[in-house]
Write a protein that binds this ligand. Structure first.
Ligand code: DGT
Ligand code: CA
Ligand code: CA
Ligand code: ZN
Length: 583
């Protein structure tokens, strides 16, 4: 029983934590942690690499770690790991995952109270037994309970930013195979959900067998979960599950519609079909009798396109991002589907960083990268001084930067480079620059980066302070969530929306797939209130500008039309908008 890359990565990462609890030197801990990360992200099967004697050529894998990998591949076990588990209870590895519990605390709980699992720790915390330990108190005890609750809410879902490229890479391989006439990513990825349970792929072909064989034999496959003639499931080396279905192209529309979901949308579609005397499943429409039984000898209706599926139930085609049964059926019936924004509508990127703070490129390099990608104008928005770890700019350096921005702008016309900033909203609620500085900028983003766990009234007031300042144009990544599992700040979003509406301040959909913040649901509420949005990449390097489509996907899920998004506007309209806002 050989182990997969993911299982080996898990073991290395568990060893790192156990060594840390044991008090081992940090170098040793880090070498296991790094090895775990490397193996987890490895694009090839360790078995194949080992067969070529190539393990030590992997970055961060020396002779000792290579021997350990070989042992696991050959025996399915690791002696060192088994011994370690005898010294340090494995349950402590989960205890360390709790926010606010490090290896030192875990060891303290274990040695003092014999706690070896999250369950035991929770019981002790709720019984008030932790507060009397050295370095603990009532407050830190309460924090631990909150941390355990947050851990329980974690989902095990994969961020869209990881799942979509992985799915696309597999689909591209499949599309190159002979006999493949059509292929698509379906499921939650096609709907643009920010996190993904598993990947659903569809291929149309009359000769499924060799395609299935090629699919289960791909390099990225860690393990085959099911292998049938028309349906297979595999687990990739990174742990992601991928389902592939192969069908005849005559049924492409019905299948694509069914496997795109959502399940709730599908249920509505089946109800509409029944109203027309038809039963709908993933294969076809079948006529039914008065008691809703399929009439066996009546001809079925096959649909080779989704348009035909929707037309059969009397609807126009509905964009996948809307298919959540959240009003899209009713809107389609009333011919009131939104005119959704597309990637081509985007004219500008209003949020990016350079070498002046924590970006990796110069102002000019970022401008040229944006121009290459078809943008017509950008705003340079480095961090402000409060973000010391991000090398944030003092007012003095900010104005020094302005000279460089003006030079690049003059050079690159008609492409425009504006000067802005991503200003911190400090923990005490004050803004990081005085108004005299802000008036000199073309565009001001205000963002929360620090003290995100403040209580609701406090953190909400911080955002309101920024919205109310006439020099602040946009609130960056408003809720501060990180996908898949870092919870957003506890903001009173009704208050935030009311203030943004009153002051005309724009809210960001941060396109970075770790953020997607605002989420689709909040974006939809924002546009209903007439609040302007901006879709920005927050790029710290040119290639991150290519993540823009994730923001557009999120906006589409939020029913957002182009006109509501300020960076779809021509540059004159954008300038006019910022001027009207008091500068
Ligand atoms: P996920 O994978 O959790 O991110 O979400 P989905 O939506 O991709 O769900 P998944 O992979 O279980 O199934 C893909 C689609 O197939 C789903 O969106 C709708 C359809 N589907 C699957 N099972 C059912 C079912 O039992 N009833 C209906 N109506 N549709 C289903
Ligand atoms: Ca899925
Ligand atoms: Ca699935
Ligand atoms: Zn930023």
């Amino acid at each position: 029983m050989s182990l997969t890359n993911r299982e080996i990565a898990d073991i290395f990462e568990q060893i790192a934590v156990m060594l840390e609890i044991k008090g081992e030197i940090i170098h040793r801990v880090l070498s296991y942690r790094r090895a775990g990360e490397t193996v987890r992200d490895l694009p090839r099967d360790l078995r194949a690499i080992a067969a070529e004697n190539g393990l030590t050529e992997i970055d961060g894998i020396g002779k000792t770690l290579a021997e350990k990998i070989t042992e696991m591949l050959e025996t399915g076990k690791l002696e060192f790991y088994e011994r370690l588990k005898g010294e340090i209870p494995l349950g402590l590895v989960d205890v360390v995952r709790i926010n606010g519990v490090g290896p030192k605390k875990a060891k303290l709980f274990w040695k003092e109270l014999n706690i070896t699992s999250v369950t035991e720790l929770e019981a002790a915390a709720r019984a008030g037994k932790l507060r009397d330990l050295a370095g603990m108190g009532e407050k830190s005890e309460k924090k631990i309970i909150e941390g355990i609750e947050a851990l329980a809410r974690q989902t095990g879902r994969t961020p869209l930013g990881i799942a979509l490229p992985a799915a696309q890479a597999i689909l591209d391989q499949l599309l190159k195979l002979p006999g493949v006439v059509e292929g698509a990513i379906a499921g939650s990825i096609r709907r643009g959900r920010p996190t993904i349970g598993d990947v659903d792929l569809l291929v149309a072909s009359d000769d499924a067998e060799p395609i299935m064989q090629a699919f289960v034999s791909m390099d990225q496959v860690g393990r085959i979960l099911g292998h049938g003639p028309t349906k297979s499931s595999v687990e990739l080396l990174n742990g992601l599950q991928v389902d592939l279905r192969i069908l005849a192209k005559e049924r492409w529309g019905t299948a694509l519609n069914y496997f795109t979901g959502s399940q709730a949308h599908n249920i509505r579609m089946r109800e509409l079909a029944l109203e027309k005397g038809l039963s709908l499943n993933e294969h076809a429409f079948s006529p039914v009798d008065a008691s809703k039984n399929i009439i066996e000898d009546a001809p079925k209706i096959l649909c080779n396109t989704e348009e035909k599926v929707y037309a059969t139930v009397g609807l126009p085609w509905i964009a996948p991002e809307l298919r959540e049964d959240s009003g899209e059926i009713e809107a389609a019936q009333a011919e009131k589907l939104p005119n959704l924004i597309t990637l081509a509508d985007i004219q500008a990127d209003l949020h990016m960083h350079t070498l002046w703070s924590d970006g990796r490129n110069s102002v000019r390099e970022m401008a040229e990268a944006a121009l290459e990608r078809g943008r017509r104008y950008i705003v340079i928005t480095d961090h402000s001084q409060y973000s010391a770890i991000a090398n944030g700019l003092s007012a003095e350096r900010l104005l020094e930067q302005q000279e460089e921005v003006r030079l690049v702008d003059a050079d690159m016309r008609p492409f425009r480079v504006f000067h802005g900033v991503e200003m911190d909203i400090r923990s005490d609620g004050s803004l990081d620059y005085p108004d005299e500085v802000l008036v000199q900028l073309d565009f001001v983003i205000a963002s929360l980066h620090m003290s995100l766990r403040q209580e609701r009234s406090v953190i909400t007031q911080r955002v309101l302070n920024a919205i109310q300042n006439p020099h602040v144009d946009l609130i960056g990544h408003p809720r501060g969530q990180l996908l898949p599992d870092r919870e957003p700040a506890d903001l009173d979003m009704d208050a935030v929306f009311a203030a943004a509406q009153k002051h005309g301040t724009a809210l960001e959909i941060n396109a970075n797939p770790r953020r997607l913040d605002l989420s689709a649901e909040y974006a939809r509420r924002a546009i209903e209130l007439g609040i302007p949005l901006a879709i920005d990449t927050d790029a710290h390097a040119p290639e991150q500008m290519d993540l823009l489509h994730f923001g557009v996907l999120t906006a589409r899920r939020g029913w957002v039309p182009a006109a509501s998004v300020i960076n779809t506007w021509p540059v004159e309209q954008f300038i006019e908008w910022t001027k009207k806002r008091g500068r």
